[in-house]
Ligand binder design. Structure first.
Ligand code: KG4
Ligand code: ZN
Length: 340
C-alpha cells in the first residue's frame, strides 16, 4: 500500500510517500526561507510560497521513489489545524489529484500526524502510551489508548512552548526559528545562573502556561544594559530553556504515572530540543519509563507523518469526501468510536 502525504499547515511545504504504513520511501521538505527577514511566519507569504513549492515537491518525491502518481493507493493531506491560506493550498492540490486520478482522499489532523511520526520512527511503538506534542502551534498531553483513539489530558492555556522559544529568541535578536537558536546558545550557558519562573499551575492537572516565563525574560532584559545582556546571552537562553523544559518534563512524567504508562512519546518541533530529550529520558528512566522521540526531521513539520497517519486511516476505511474543508482550529479527536 502506497500513500502520498502532503503537509502545508504552516511554513514548510512537504510531500512524502509511505509504503505499508511504516516504511518511509521519500520525505521532501521545502522550508520557506522568505520568513527569516520578518522574524516570524507571514501567513500570506506562506500560502504564496506553498503554491510555487508544492508541485515541484510532489515531483521530487515521485522521482526519489521511481513511482508514478497512478501507483498511489491514497492521497493524504493535512486539513487542520494550521494557517487557513496554507492549508487550502495543500487541500486543493490533494483534492484535484484525488479527483483526476480517482484515488481515495484521506484528511489528516496535523496534531495526529505528529503522533504518527513516532510510529514511523519506531514501528515497535504500540499504544497505550502518553505523548507530549510540543511545537510552535501546540503543547498538549495525550493518552493514546490505541492508534486513532485519544484521550486529551491537557494543553496550554496560552502560548505553545515553541511560540515562547520563538518570541524569546526575537527579544534576544538571535534569529528565527528561535528554538534551535536558543538550544545552540544555551549549550554554553549556565541554566542555574538566572532563575526564571516555572508555571506549574495546579500541579495535579496536565495544563501548561508559557506566557509568564516569556514576560519574565522581557522584564529581565528591560532592567539590564545592552552590554550586560550581550555578556549574559548564553545564561539567559539556558535559564529560559531550563524553566520551560522543567515544566514539560515534570508534567509529562506526572501524566504517565497517573495513566500508569511505561512509555512516553515526545514529538513536535520542540521535541528536537536537546535538553528536553536528555532530561525526559533520564528522569523517565528513574521511574522505569521509556522515552521515545523521532529524529529531528520527523519532529518538525513533515509530510511523512501525514502519510503515516493517512495510511492508518485509509486502512480503517476513513475516506474523506471531495467536499472536505480546511479547519484552522481543528482539535485532535478520536476519528470513530473504538469498541472497548
Ligand atoms: O512542529 P513544528 O515544525 O511546527 C508546528 O507545528 O508548530 O515546530 C516548530 C517549532 C518552532 O517554534 C521552533 O522554534 C521549535 O519548533 N523548535 C525548537 C527546536 N527546534 C525547533 N524548540 C526548541 N529547541 C529546538 N532544538
Ligand atoms: Zn507541527
Amino acid at each position: 500500500m502506497l500513500v502520498l502525504g502532503i503537509d502545508t499547515s504552516c511554513d514548510d511545504t512537504s510531500v512524502a510517500i509511505v509504503q505499508d504504513s511504516t516504511t518511509l520511501l521519500a520525505n521532501v521538505i521545502s522550508s520557506q526561507g522568505i520568513h527569516l527577514d520578518y522574524g516570524g511566519v507571514v501567513p500570506e507569504l506562506a500560502s504564496r510560497a506553498h503554491l510555487t513549492l508544492l508541485l515541484p515537491a510532489i515531483d521530487s518525491a515521485l522521482q526519489t521513489t521511481g513511482k508514478r502518481l497512478q501507483d498511489m493507493d491514497a492521497i493524504a493531506v493535512t486539513c487542520g489545524p494550521g494557517l487557513i491560506g496554507s492549508l487550502l493550498i495543500g487541500l486543493s492540490i490533494a483534492k484535484s489529484m484525488a479527483f483526476a486520478l480517482k484515488k481515495p482522499l484521506v484528511g489528516v489532523n496535523h496534531i495526529e500526524g505528529h503522533i504518527f511520526a513516532g510510529r514511523l520512527a519506531d514501528p515497535d511503538l504500540t499504544p497505550p502510551f502518553v505523548t507530549l506534542i510540543v511545537s510552535g502551534g501546540h503543547t498538549q498531553l495525550v493518552h493514546v489508548r490505541a492508534w486513532g483513539d485519544y484521550d486529551i489530558l491537557g494543553r496550554t492555556r496560552d502560548d505553545a512552548a515553541g511560540e515562547a522559544f520563538d518570541k524569546v529568541a526575537k527579544m534576544l535578536d538571535i534569529g528565527f526559528p528561535g528554538g534551535p537558536a536558543i538550544d545552540r546558545l544555551a549549550a554554553s550557558g549556565d541554566p542555574a545562573r538566572i532563575a526564571f519562573p516555572r508555571a506549574y499551575l495546579d500541579r495535579s492537572r496536565s495544563e501548561f502556561s508559557f506566557s509568564g516565563v516569556k514576560t519574565a525574560v522581557r522584564t529581565y532584559l528591560a532592567t539590564r544594559s545592552v552590554d550586560e545582556i550581550a555578556h549574559e546571552l548564553p545564561h539567559i537562553a539556558a535559564g529560559f530553556q531550563a524553566a520551560v523544559v522543567d515544566v514539560l518534563v515534570d508534567k509529562t512524567l506526572d501524566a504517565a504515572r497517573k495513566m500508569d504508562s511505561r512509555r512516553i512519546l515526545l514529538t513536535g518541533g520542540v521535541a528536537c530540543n536537546r535538553r528536553l530529550r536528555r532530561q525526559m529520558t533520564e528522569q523517565g528512566a528513574v521511574h522505569g519509563i521509556t522515552v521515545t522521540y523521532p529524529p529531528p526531521i520527523l519532529c518538525t513539520d513533515n509530510g511523512a507523518m501525514i502519510a503515516a497517519a493517512g495510511s492508518f486511516h485509509f486502512s480503517q476505511g476513513h475516506i474523506a469526501p471531495l467536499s472536505l474543508s480546511a479547519d484552522p482550529r481543528a482539535k485532535l479527536t478520536t476519528a470513530r468510536p473504538v469498541p472497548r
